[in-house]
Design a protein. Structure first.
Length: 196
C-alpha cells in the first residue's frame, strides 16, 4: 500500500489519539476584611470564571451594560477574550485566590467549541442578568459546545450554575472521576475568600 494512502487511512486514528487542553480559570469571590476595602460584585459568592482556549486567551462572559435582575431586559452580555493577566486583574486585586482545572480534549472537540462560540464574540447570545446567565453558566455553555459537559437548556444552566461555587463543585466532582488536574493558589490575606 502506498505511504500516502496509508497515512490517509491512519489520520482519523491519530487525530483521536492527540490531546489538547482546555483550562477553566476561576477567581474566587471575596469581601474585604476591613472597612474601605474594595467590594466585588457578588461578594463571597461572586468571583469570576472563564475558559482558556489558547496559550494566552481566556474567553469569559461579562455584562454589556447595567446588570438587571432578570433576563427580561435589553442588556446583552458580552463574551470577550482577555489575556491571562487581564482576566486575573478583573477585580483589580494583586493577589486573588484562584483555581485552574485542566481538561484534556481532542483537537476535534476544541475546534467544535471554537467554531460554535466564534459568533458569540460578535454579539452576545443572551442577556447578562443577576437571575440569569452569568459567567459560571456561560462557562458551562462553552464546555458543552466542546462536548466536555452535557448540553442543557439555557434556563437549566442558569439555575444549576447560578454562581461560581456551584460550577466549581460540579467540576471538582468531574475532575475526580476523570483524573483532571486541579491547581489552587491562595489569595490576599486582606480579603475573606469564598470556600469550597
Amino acid at each position: 500500500m502506498k505511504p500516502f494512502i496509508l497515512s490517509l487511512l491512519l489520520f482519523p486514528f491519530f487525530a483521536l489519539c492527540q490531546k489538547d487542553t482546555l483550562v477553566v480559570e476561576i477567581i474566587y469571590g471575596s469581601k474585604p476584611l476591613t472597612k474601605g476595602g474594595a467590594h466585588w460584585f457578588g461578594g463571597k459568592l461572586g468571583g469570576h470564571i472563564g475558559l482558556r482556549i489558547g496559550q494566552d486567551s481566556v474567553m469569559h462572559f461579562i455584562p454589556g451594560g447595567k446588570v438587571n435582575a432578570t433576563n427580561m431586559n435589553s442588556d446583552i452580555g458580552q463574551y470577550v477574550i482577555s489575556s491571562e493577566k487581564q482576566f486575573y486583574r478583573t477585580f483589580y486585586c494583586d493577589t486573588t485566590k484562584t483555581c485552574r482545572i485542566f481538561i484534556p480534549v481532542t483537537p476535534t472537540q476544541k475546534q467544535e467549541l471554537l467554531l460554535a462560540s466564534a459568533p458569540f464574540l460578535q454579539k452576545g447570545p443572551y442577556p447578562y442578568a443577576f437571575f440569569g446567565m452569568r459567567c459560571a453558566a456561560a462557562c458551562y455553555h462553552l464546555l458543552s459546545l466542546g462536548k466536555v459537559t452535557k448540553k442543557l437548556s439555557r434556563s437549566r444552566m442558569t439555575w444549576k450554575f447560578f454562581y461560581p461555587r456551584k460550577l466549581r463543585k460540579f467540576l471538582f466532582k468531574e475532575a475526580g472521576k476523570n483524573g483532571w488536574i486541579v491547581k489552587h493558589s491562595m489569595g490576599s490575606s486582606k480579603r475573606k475568600w469564598d470556600h469550597d
